[in-house]
Design a protein around this ligand. Structure first.
Ligand SMILES: NC(=O)c1ccc[n+]([C@@H]2O[C@H](COP(=O)([O-])OP(=O)(O)OC[C@H]3O[C@@H](n4cnc5c(N)ncnc54)[C@H](OP(=O)(O)O)[C@@H]3O)[C@@H](O)[C@H]2O)c1
Length: 229
């Protein structure tokens, strides 16, 4: 068991828990995030390689993906996890907020995949897991743009799953409901997270999807029972 696994948005929440559990499972996780200070301090604490990678910046993706491969060698796995929340009536959003959500959640996932996939295809080996959301499985009011950003990734993931599996590369989607992280706080939104997936539980699912080579886990999900009311 092993391999070099790049995790985006790994400076908190699910991404950080994935890095921690990958390390315990014998992988070589690569911790990346948009904030250099957080990346440096967490990478030092966890004794893993860390890189500042802003997925909303196409230049950062091109530059840093090349640097990771040059310094660490071939990448066996990519966890596209970076994401931001936006909630409220659609007409209250600014154009900048809309663009930021799409740049981060959608274009960021697609361009990061574009950067790492060719080498995986050439080696006929690799795994890409996209953190999607139950927000891409059904429609709810007040999350139109977040939902659009994730529905796009649901479509992208499904198409890439069938396109890449015959070429030896697994592309899979993880569809959590609420996770007890700071995502809502960061977006300035209050949320009751008493009954929610913990980041560690989510990370266990991601690591299970990753380590079971030969298995394509399609649309793995998990929701709080409270969300069915
Ligand atoms: N929490 C939930 O209920 C929930 C439910 C379903 C799906 N998800 C998805 O799960 C993923 C992880 O979210 P989380 O819950 O763990 O939230 P989180 O704790 O806020 O983590 C999000 C991470 O993404 C990073 N990030 C944001 N913009 C970035 C950018 N442009 N480039 C690189 N990194 C960036 C954040 O960096 P900073 O530390 O600098 O802010 C942070 O490390 C997201 O894709 C989210 O949409 C979350």
């Amino acid at each position: 068991m092993g391999g070099t696994i790049v995790v985006t948005g790994a400076t908190s929440g699910l991404g950080l828990a994935v890095v921690e559990q990958l390390k315990m499972a014998g992988f070589q996780p690569v911790l990346t995030g948009r904030n250099r200070d957080k990346v440096d301090s967490l990478a030092t604490d966890l004794a893993v390689p860390g890189y500042q990678l802003d997925v909303a910046d196409a230049g950062s993706i091109t530059r840093v993906s090349a640097q990771i491969v040059a310094e660490l060698g071939p990448v066996d796995g990519l966890i596209n996890n970076a994401g931001i929340w936006l909630e409220g009536d659609f007409e209250t959003y600014t154009a900048e907020q809309i663009q930021q959500v799409l740049d981060t959640n959608t274009t960021g996932t697609i361009l990061t995949t574009h950067a790492f996939l060719p080498d995986m295809l050439a080696r006929r080996r690799g795994t890409i897991i996209n953190t999607v959301s139950t927000g891409a499985l059904y429609c709810r009011k007040l999350i139109s743009v977040y939902s659009a950003s994730k529905w796009a990734i649901r479509g992208f993931t499904g198409c890439m799953e069938v396109e890449c599996a015959p070429k030896g590369v697994r592309v899979m989607g993880f569809y959590p409901g609420k996770i007890d992280t700071s995502m809502y706080d960061t977006a300035g939104v209050g949320r009751d997270l008493n009954i929610a997936m913990s980041p560690e539980q989510g990370a266990e699912m991601v690591v299970t999807m990753l380590r079971s080579e030969g298995m394509v886990w399609s649309q793995v999900s998990g929701r709080s029972i409270a969300d069915y009311q």
